[in-house]
Structure formats: C-alpha cells, structure tokens
Write a protein that binds this ligand. Structure first.
Ligand code: IPE
Length: 247
C-alpha cells in the first residue's frame, strides 16, 4: 500500500490565491493513472496539500495547526477552498479512470487538548479494500480548546501510513529531493543528525511544512519514504526510489 502526497505547491500556483497549476495537476494525474491501470500500484491513498487554496485563507484568518478559531465563517472559508481544490484533483483522476473518492478530514478527524491528531481510517481502509483510491487533503479540524485548527497533508500522511501499515510513502514536491548545501539531491537519510547541518536543525515553529519537519516526521515512521519532484512521480509509483529516501 502506498500513501502519496501531492504537495500543494506542486498542483497550485502558490503565488496567486486559489489558482490551480492545471498542467502540473494533469501530469500528476497522468502518472497516477498510468500506475493504476498498469497494475504497478494496487492500493493507493492520495493526500494533497493546500497550496494557494488552503494557506491563503488560513493565514487570512490567523489559523494554523496550533492557533485555532471559533469563527464558523472562517472555518468554512478554509474548508470550502480546500474542497474546491479537492474537486479539481478528483476530476483530474476520475477523467483518467482512476476510481478516486474523497474523504474530507474535517469530518473524519479531531485534535485532543494536547493537540494530538486522531483520524478515523475505517472508511479509508474499506474504500481501499473495495478497489477505490481514497483522496484526503489538508483541512480544518475540530481542536479541543482551540475551536478549529489546520491539519496539514503531511500530518495526514503520517497518520495514514501508520494506521494502514503503508509499505511506501511518496512526497511529490517542487524540489527533486532534499538538497545539500551544493543543491545536490541527498540520496538517503537514516537519521536527522545526517542532515541537521543542511536543514538548519530543529525549528520549533516549523510545524506545517518545511523540509526539516518533513524529514523528522518521516524518520519516525516504519514505512520507507521518498521525497521527489513531479518528473519522478511515475518512476516512484512503478517501484523505484527517486529523489531522497528517508528510512
Ligand atoms: C495545508 O496543507 C492545508 C491548509 C492550509 C488548509 P499542507 O500544509 O499539507 O499544504 P502544502 O502541501 O504545504 O501546500
């Protein structure tokens, strides 16, 4: 089973509010469709980020993974923008005969008063077993003591990979992998100490993204993870390990 995240900045134009990067989304959907139709991938869960859909509304309303809001209109603005992006992603997959179906985290997850995320995965597991490709996305979630906060695609990937015992994780990003100080792709990372100098150590504020946070979270998971660019998505889905492998 593979959990694939399509980074929000891969499928949207991050500099313009609520703007899709249509050609990039089509390339990503082509790669997924090729791997599904050839049988290279049998069980796949797709997660996509927010890009210019989620982050724009989240920052406008001052909402992050830790800072919440009790303003229902603000929560709905963020959730609505993410559902709009999700519809584009689903449409691109369905047009290519990928049996994609949405699972919206707002209705499937919450955070407790320690901020820990709880995601129900029975529907994802059942959809997978029935031959569908569940699609989740960064979203708002109910958060005890905070109202609603953001759940990032990366957090969902970690939860899903653990709960569903994923074999592989793919993070399709705007960079071809984790880069060293000469901008060369680092082939393999097995401990954070390997890359601390390059990634700038621990940045406590870096909770919604950033390579340091991604690598740290991936190192804690059992499944092997790859971080790669859109050019390498097809080869990842076919079983290669392009970009940077984190294990
Ligand atoms: C953010 O998700 C979702 C919202 C802001 C609602 P991610 O943090 O996973 O998005 P990207 O991939 O960085 O754009």
């Amino acid at each position: 089973m593979i959990v694939l995240k399509l980074g929000g900045s891969v499928v949207t134009d991050k500099d313009r509010a609520e703007t899709l990067d249509g050609p990039a989304l089509e390339r990503a959907a082509d790669a997924v469709a090729a791997a599904v139709s050839s049988g290279a991938v049998e069980r796949l869960v797709v997660v996509h980020g927010g890009g210019s859909f989620g982050h724009h509304h989240a920052s406008e309303h001052g909402v992050s993974t830790t800072e919440g809001t009790h303003d229902a209109d603000a929560a709905l603005a963020i959730h609505g923008a993410m559902k709009t992006l999700d519809e584009f992603v689903l449409e691109a997959l369905l047009e290519r005969d990928v049996p994609a179906l949405p699972v919206h985290p707002f209705s499937a997850a919450h955070r407790d008063d320690d901020g820990d995320l709880h995601l129900s995965t029975g529907q994802v597991q059942t959809l997978l077993a029935e031959g569908f490709v569940p699609v989740l996305h960064g979203d708002v979630v109910a958060h005890a003591g905070e109202g609603v906060t953001i759940v990032s695609g990366d957090e969902l990937v970690a939860e899903l990979a653990t709960a569903l015992e994923a074999d592989r994780i793919g993070l399709c990003s705007t960079v071809p992998g984790v880069l060293d100080t000469d901008d060369a792709v680092i082939d393999r990372i097995t401990s954070f100490a390997d890359v601390e100098a390059v990634l700038g150590g621990s940045d406590a504020t870096d909770v919604t993204g950033g390579m340091a946070a991604k690598v740290r979270a991936l190192l804690e998971l059992d499944a092997r993870a790859s971080i790669f660019g859109l050019d390498a998505l097809e080869s990842f889905l076919e079983g290669d390990e392009p970009g940077t492998t984190v294990e």
